[in-house]
Design a protein around this ligand. Sequence first.
Ligand code: K7E
Ligand code: CUA
Length: 663
Amino acid sequence: MSRLSTLAVALASLAVAGCGRANAPRVGEVGDAAEKVYVAPGKYDEFYAFMSGGFDGQVGVYGLPSGRLLRHVPVFSQNPENGWGYSEQTKAMLTTSYGFVPWDDAHHPQLSQTAGVPDGRWLFINGNNTPRIARLDLSRFETEEILEIPNSAGNHSSPFVTENNEYVVGGTRFSIPAPNRDVSIEDYKTAFDGVLTFVRVDSATGHMAIAFQIRLPAFDYDLAHAGKGPSHGWAFFTSYNSEQGNSKLEVNASQNDKDYIAAIDWKRAEACLEQRKATAVPARYAHNRLGEDGIARSEWGDGVKMLTPAACPGLAYYLPTPKSPHGVDVDPTGEFIVAGGKLAALIPVHSFSKMQKAIAEKAFAAEVKGIPVLKYEATIAGEVQNPGLGPLHTEFDGKGYAYTSMFISSEITKWSLKDFKVVDRVPTYYSIGHLMIPGGDSRKPFGKYVVALNKITKDRYLPTGPELAHSAQLYEITGERMKLLLDFPTIGEPHYAQALPAELIQDRQLKMYPLMENKDPYAAKSEKTTRVERKGNVVHVVMTSVRSHFMPDKIEGIRVGDSVYFHVTNLEQDWDVPHGFAVLGANNAELLMMPGQTRTLVWVPQRVGIFPFYCTDFCSALHQEMQGYIRVSPKGSNVPLKWNSPSYQAVAGAGAGAGAPGQ
Ligand code: K7E
Ligand code: CUA
């Protein structure tokens, strides 16, 4: 054992010995635990873990088993650190039918799949508040597309992919009238709808498009998972509030002994679409995508195809499920559909084959708005007894075991898919929400670890005032019993997470944008083409950055109230050499330009004077010298437009005097 790891062992045993709580975690043979999470300097982690940022609207990328934060990728929220949502190229990504929405609540990352296994191409994630689904490209760790989901409010049961990304789904947690309109909230039962959405994913490009929606009774559609193997072609959505309360849901939605899992036969939906059984419903929604030129543009959808179970029999069935279920998870074989009955003292497990039989034999207990409700006994495969309290979410290890998070009793319960018997329980600190096994919702889980994503952190770290970081905990699951290896704080509030082996994507990472392929209309591919152009009170500064100067770095002739567009191209063609750009008093963020990339910041100077700009990213020994000046004169001033770059010299030398191109 190296000296470093001996030290780590000693520290870890100290930490545990010092804890002294009666309920001390079952830390694997202490030193052992330290060694298992220790990734030596210069070594890589084994897994990439993608954690939703929850109310920070982003995705956090962590290495496992170390728990090291590798990246914080902006998705739904503006990110001043790199200008995401501030730069002219990226603003349109945050366009919605409600206008520019620079924040969201992101809950469920989903890796794209091929044959039911994560393939490392894309990551999808839902925006809950202003219903959206985003797609990230995993060769760049960049958000490439955001699609708004109409007729929805609280896109929570989303984006959950099917086996080959045929669809990612959406489902409204808050039912609303679809299309939305001015009605009394008292008319909830008659005027409100619970709409599910199926979004087609192009298998070559990943581009998303709404294929169809399904109008269901106004319940709260909470979580989802697609079928796999034999259940491929189906998607399952939990619902609560089958009581259809419209206020004080805490009480009013907790009356029924059972709510429902909606089982949707999407192949049947496709058949009904072909038979033109859908109705066209007007809906305006934004569809934003980064183009090949790196510039985001918005297109507008104007309607959706809406299916109803009444017009398309066989489309939807309800599986009664105790008690306001939260998570719904399908095991690797595709046979078991596990619900998290968050107020139940058991874990209900439905059988897909029994469900098929029940449908064939019409084992219906009732019908709700044209949707057959199957008999509970007819579909249930078993109930996990005494699993703990507050089951929420379940993941699988691919070795015949399921792991369920127990929110109320703060633990992970491991149980057998053979006999539904509990085989192990381990405490979590505290109040676990989701949990995650790498590939743990796929056909072939990668296993090895389970990560608990905890809601409450109290006393686990040095205190930081009233607000504490949320906390993840890493457990080893290779043996019979789970063993806690590591705590690590996380960014935002991770709900769900997904992970895949690093080798799936680490060698496919883009290192720079090829400068010669830069298609931004204001790109300057060499210093020769840098320039400043005035068109009325709009000024375009076409500039470059390279270690360690900007071109131009001296500009005069700008006037108060001008809209100054700084288009900065990073000329570097080397990995890991971004440059930054910031200007005094800009009502905006900075820009970070990756090698070969152009980014644009708009600045409207409000007062006269001299305004420095500089590079914000320490790029070389002469980074501090990477700066420049802009002179701002009064409105109507006739200070000529002037800058120091070859284009200006050329014009001036040709006898244009102070006149500059575009003036
Ligand atoms: Cu359980 Cu939004 Cu998936 Cu949080 S949700 S925990
Ligand atoms: Cu460029 Cu610092």
